[in-house]
Design a protein around this ligand. Sequence first.
Ligand code: SF4
Length: 509
Amino acid sequence: MSTNAHATESSQTVALTVDGHDILFPALPYDIRARARSSTGDPQLQQFVNSATLLKHTGRIKVCGEVFGSNYEAMRHLGGDIKQHTLDHLDFYLDQFVERATDAGAQVHFATDGNRANEICLQIARDNNCKLCVKSKSMVTEETHLVPELESLGVETVETDLGEFIIQLDHDAPSHIVQPMIHKDRRAVGRAFERELGTEYCEDATSLARVARKHLREKFRQADLGISGGNFLIAESGSVVICTNEGNGRLCTSAPRVHVAFVGIEKLIPNLEHLSVLLKLLARSSTAQPLTCYTHIITGPRRTDEPDGPEQVHIILVDNGRSEILKPETREMLRCIRCGACLNSCPVYRKIGGHAYGSVYSGPIGALITPMFKGLANYPDLPHASSLCGACYEACPVKIDIPKYLVKLRVELVKRRITKLSDRVFFKIWAATLRYPVTYRLGGFLQKLIFRLKARTQGQLDSGDPYVSRGWISDMPGPVRGWTDERDMPTPTARSFRDWWRNEHENSE
Ligand code: SF4
């Protein structure tokens, strides 16, 4: 495999050529602002993302209220406790899983990083002379950039989750953990099918799904390699659990003769009893369904007395930075079951969309784990991509306190002096100003003076009640421009609240 950086696509991406294929990676350190600016300036994208996330967000609240009722909080506690317990004893459950999965006939591999995971998969494909791969949705394979690697080996690889299939046809990237094409509409799908599959343009969802089904059915028939992720790993039985809504997961894992599952080590849970709790939390939090349409529990390859199923099952347990997060201070982050509820509830995600985060994982959980996986210095903006409103914590079915950890990352940024020099100087001045009453008052006075001068030049100053603000400043220079570019700022009153207080107090005496 040859890899060399050959072009800079923009200030945000670098194209690397891997065996003739261009793969875009974000330029590091990643600067979220340019992409966020372009998404906030795209009303169509905001409409798609906003309406889809809002639908899932309100659906989740409704279905959790209806199905869990007053037990919802208790279920969240239980879900969080199950994941936390497994992570606290991960060594024991990993050993148990490997032993039971091997007993069931699966071959278990360990991969310390993404490259190693891909190498293992490529070797399996080579050993079995695989030519066509059908793949179900897997965030871990997005992390490891598996598809271009398989293609470079000559293995045609087809995404079979409908959203991922459209993303692949469009040479695009997923922008949501659960709904990868949340940033597109039916028109975009119609155009992609017309261009790539040669079908007549249409916007009807049923007809589009029919086209995809017909195309994919042939691929399922011919494929010799099936790749999947895994929502959970059951230590007690050595099983991989896959939840899908389209049934493609079952076809990917049972039609081809070789099945390879890429699963992060944090997906372990002790047994099937625990699975029943987490399946309910996952479906209701991600798609507002009581349960996902299909839940596959795969325990080893086809038995001799079974008519179908793969001849080989390989499970690649991927670390890729997870052991680093496993330290007690950050372990809670690994509870994530990738339901996407925090994305749907996040006002920042709804505004900027998933691509702005510059990584496979977007939204609040992406802002947290991407710097942990890939280095805080490489993603210094992400811990700030949150209003800390707490909506993500309220939505999270396994009670990950995302805002708390984002604040910790911000503290770390300051401690390690990763923040920009201008930010450091600004906050030093700010802190000094707030420390003493005299500097605080002077700061307030200067701010009022500057703003009222600006209001005067814009004809927004009047001589009415000195304690009432009138008029709006629509254009401020310098660092305040970012604010007035988006919204107007009220003109400060002639007299301050402090003046008013003193006045009232003196008059009443
Ligand atoms: S952090 Fe919580 S809400 Fe967000 S994807 Fe993970 S489990 Fe779901």
